[in-house]
Design a protein around this ligand. Structure first.
Ligand code: PMP
Ligand code: GLN
Length: 397
């Protein structure tokens, strides 16, 4: 047999097909449905940022930037974290710019995990986590988030304790959490921190939704690195995509103690080397915008959350109100759905809307069998139209 007849893909990547986001966005384009599947905003980010990018393109900032990122962006990332979370990072050595949060996550796992090392993560998890862990030859130890009677997703503390063991290298924590919209509570964060300290494990935190926390708690978002003993063992990851509505720019960053950040940089330099030269100064401008920008961004998104939560409830779904992110999950059972994948595949034809089944983000798909996710980072009139279409589901039954 010639190699032409054999799947050339390495075994560790074979379990990973096309991402659900690509599949569902293609379905939306093919059917002309309203796309509340893949999470991307349908309006542009702050004009100051866009102008700065155009200016950088015109003024010759089009060649390789420095490996760790341009100094202005690293300084802006440091100032932003000091301003909002009281965290101090040295722009020279403790911050590296990456090709989106996605590259930061991949480089962190590839840079820290030996084959067979274990990574504790919470399922449902963002789909790149499993692939990055597999590429490193590491093993994921998922802890399941389940909706409780209070409508909040929570995990069993004993399950988290049991997931940590002698081979645990790191915990991968995403709060606010995609796809559930969960914001980890102070007690939950404290337990994660306690277990990291007890097992001498690192934490890699994906905080791309740091500015989208809707709870009334005065503290808002709480980075794990602010907890006792955590800064020295945590790599904090964020990106411009969500906060500044520029998901296609793929400008992210990682912050942490120099030794950890240097491990990320060592890998990152051979993945992309550098990225997005003219966009880096523009993101630096955005990070320096006044508090009013960040407050208006959050409040605007909270209003859309309320709009979509009310609309979905009205359309007959059992809705789990998110405390953060721009996603809402819902159970399809009240509408006669038994399986989220089936439900989402037929939704465009039934009523012209695209959503994403969340069961594909679990190792144990049963735990999310009937749950689907809608993105609400869309103009209010688009959400109104989507809800009007979804209401037909109830009447069509
Ligand atoms: N982590 C989470 C939880 C996300 O939702 C996303 C969004 N795509 C990413 C990482 C990737 O971010 P980026 O586009 O900056 O790579
Ligand atoms: N983060 C976005 C989401 O969860 C998009 C991710 C992607 O397309 N890879 O929908």
């Amino acid at each position: 047999m010639t190699t032409a007849h054999v799947d050339p893909l390495v075994a560790r990547m074979r379990p990973f097909g096309t991402t659900i986001f690509a599949e569902m966005s293609a379905l939306a384009v093919r059917t002309g449905a309203v796309n509340l599947g893949q999470g991307f905003p349908d309006t542009d980010g702050p004009p100051e940022m866009l102008a700065a990018a155009a200016e950088a393109l015109r003024t010759g900032q089009n060649q390789y930037p420095p490996g760790p990122g341009i100094p202005a962006l690293r300084a802006a990332v440091a100032a932003h974290q000091r301003r909002f979370w009281g965290l101090e990072y040295d722009p020279d050595g403790e911050i590296v710019v990456t090709a989106g949060a996605t590259e930061a996550i991949a480089a962190a796992i590839l840079g820290l995990c030996e084959p067979r090392d274990e990574v504790v993560c919470f399922e449902p998890y963002y789909d790149s986590y499993a692939a990055s862990i597999a590429l490193a030859g590491a093993v994921r130890r998922p802890v399941t988030l389940r909706p409780g009677p209070d409508g909040r997703y929570a995990f069993d503390p004993d399950a988290l304790r049991a997931a940590f063991g002698p081979r645990t290298r790191l915990v991968l924590l995403n709060s606010p959490h995609n796809p559930t919209g969960k914001v980890f509570t102070a007690d939950e964060l404290a337990l994660v921190a306690e277990l990291c300290r007890e097992h001498d494990a690192y934490a890699v935190t994906d905080e791309v939704y740091e500015h989208l926390v809707f709870t009334d708690a005065a503290s808002g978002h709480v980075p794990l690195a602010t907890l006792a003993g955590m800064r020295e063992r945590t790599l904090r990851i964020s990106s411009a995509g969500k906060t500044f509505s520029c998901t296609g720019w793929k400008v992210g960053w990682v912050s942490g103690p120099a030794a950890l950040v240097s491990a990320v940089l060592r890998v990152k330099q051979f993945l992309t080397f550098v990225n997005a030269a003219p966009l880096q100064p523009a993101v630096a401008v955005a990070l320096g915008l006044g508090d009013d920008y960040f407050t208006a961004f959050r409040d605007g998104m909270r209003a859309r959350r309320d709009q979509l939560v009310a609309g979905l409830t009205d359309a007959g779904f059992e809705v789990l109100t998110p405390e953060g992110t721009y996603f809402v999950t819902a159970d399809v059972a009240p509408l006669g759905g038994r399986d989220g994948v089936e439900f989402c595949r037929s939704l465009p034809e039934r009523c012209g809307v695209v959503a994403v089944p969340t069961q594909v983000f679990y190792d144990d798909p049963e735990a999310g069998r009937r749950l689907i996710r809608f993105a609400f980072c869309k103009r209010p009139e688009v959400l109104t139209e989507a809800v009007a279409r979804l209401r037909r589901l109830g009447t069509a039954r």
